[in-house]
Design a protein around this ligand. Sequence first.
Ligand SMILES: Cc1cc2nc3c(=O)[nH]c(=O)nc-3n(C[C@H](O)[C@H](O)[C@H](O)COP(=O)(O)OP(=O)(O)OC[C@H]3O[C@@H](n4cnc5c(N)ncnc54)[C@H](O)[C@@H]3O)c2cc1C
Length: 545
Amino acid sequence: MEARSHTVTNQAPPLVGYDVYTGDRALSEAVGRHLPAELLDGAREELRTLGRATGSEQVREWGEQANAFPPRLRTHDRYGHRIDEVEFHPAWHRLLGKAVSAGLTDAWGRPGGHVRRAAGLLVATQAEAGHGCPVSMTHAAVPALRAEPELAAVWEPAAASRVYERELRPAASKTGVLLGVGLAEKQAGSDLGAVTTSAWPLAASGEYLLTGHKWFCSAPMSDAFLVLARAPGGLTCFLVPRVLDDGSRNAFALQRLKDKLGNRSNATAEVEFDGTTWARRVGEEGQGLRTVDGTVAAGRLDCVLGSAALMRQAVAQAVHHASYRSVRGGPLADTPLMRNVLADLAVESEAATVLGMRLAAAYDSGAERDRALLRIAVPAAKYWVAKRCVPVVAEALECLGGNGYVEESGLPRLLRESPLHSLWEGPGNVQALDVLRALRTEPAALDAYLREVGEARGADPRLDRAIRGLLTELADLDGVEARARRLAERMALVLQGALLVRWAPPEVADAFCAGRLGGEAGSAFGTLPPSAGLRAVVERARPVE
Ligand SMILES: Cc1cc2nc3c(=O)[nH]c(=O)nc-3n(C[C@H](O)[C@H](O)[C@H](O)COP(=O)(O)OP(=O)(O)OC[C@H]3O[C@@H](n4cnc5c(N)ncnc54)[C@H](O)[C@@H]3O)c2cc1C
């Protein structure tokens, strides 16, 4: 019913009932580019189904509910037995069930699996980011598990299953499982060498008992966790199931749930192992950091994709709002200054998506050159794309005016989530230092990177100049640690520019090269040099035709 005092006008309709995948041209073009023709139809069909569900009123409501009713810790049952369970709103289980059934934990060893999954993650987490965490960790755990083929034979197919089974039961009795990762301790986050949790071997080979704690352990209702602990032979990776083979509970005491800035639908616990916590060794004793290397790298790529998803959703909301909101008798999106802001945001969002999808394709290809590229491009991309997420979401929020600051718009939830990917799997400095490590220890990584950006040489003079500038910086590694962030940023920007010049429409590549490589824009969004192409950039970012 209309208000009695006035007629409500000039408010944008909610952005629901649309296909989040098809409406994202940058993403759907990337899928078309990176998947072989024989896989394309099937993948598109799946992604469209996921895209329609993600954009539906119902799934949007689940996202709101899962955050409005956050998880609750239940340490004991009514009779005083320790249970260490977390209760979630039913909406959380629905979101997670949808993601698992869409195959978002099923990529390894499947042709085109990483590209299809990356696109799916980029779509699904636009409705609700928190459930992306268990999905990501379950996917990322696989490379570590493969260090122990016997374990992988049991856990990998269940991790890749499209069946979501929320009850905690022995793995052998479940079709689908979720996996978590417990590395960080109070005194040891970035510096995992300082982990103090200890592991004592039992008589049976490969079995240990753990004593210690984990300070951040997300998705604590997962079926098992990869945990770093100190065995007699040094830092070692273990698999710690929540339920043992005989059906009894493993000692996995949830002390508290963190009261977090965002990511509120997801639970993050503090966990203690009391000396009776049973664990199975994964990989050799003393090789813990090496064993989890592939898991950390896969998690970092998911941080790139997660940031790209938040940016895309924020930009879609901004473009949608400005297309309906009228000012001075025409759409807000058509005013020259708002067009500049929206185009600038859209270019940033597309650059993140194109880079994330290129790296996912490198996982699928398995070629030596792509493996080397991942080694250096993943930390650089994680550094830069995650860093861009907060300012992009904040500027998109401003495009909605006061409405954007109000919870119902969904933008505050996106903004609270937006710093998280920069922290997960190592904060910004850690990524930048990892880029340096790759430069120093793996010459093939820089070669692969230079070959990748070299493919775009000659297409845009600003990109060519940026490549030359980067080469000059790389030639002198004296005192480089203090320059590591700058270097990681330049490497990510040059790579984004090279990919956009090759694959994006000319107006997108031109705006990126002008604003990010050519020094033709200021620090805030909306400072691109005015050009006729900005209209097309905004049109391309429109989520609904
Ligand atoms: C919501 C949430 C969920 C999480 N879930 C999990 C989980 O499930 N499993 C898990 O294992 N961890 C989890 N974490 C932990 C996360 O991975 C760590 O917080 C992160 O790796 C940083 O470690 P830290 O907190 O100890 O910070 P520190 O390592 O103390 O870092 C503090 C600052 O110092 C900087 N720094 C560190 N080393 C250097 C250096 N050598 N040079 C210069 N600067 C440096 C960092 O960049 C950072 O800015 C979670 C964190 C959050 C916020």
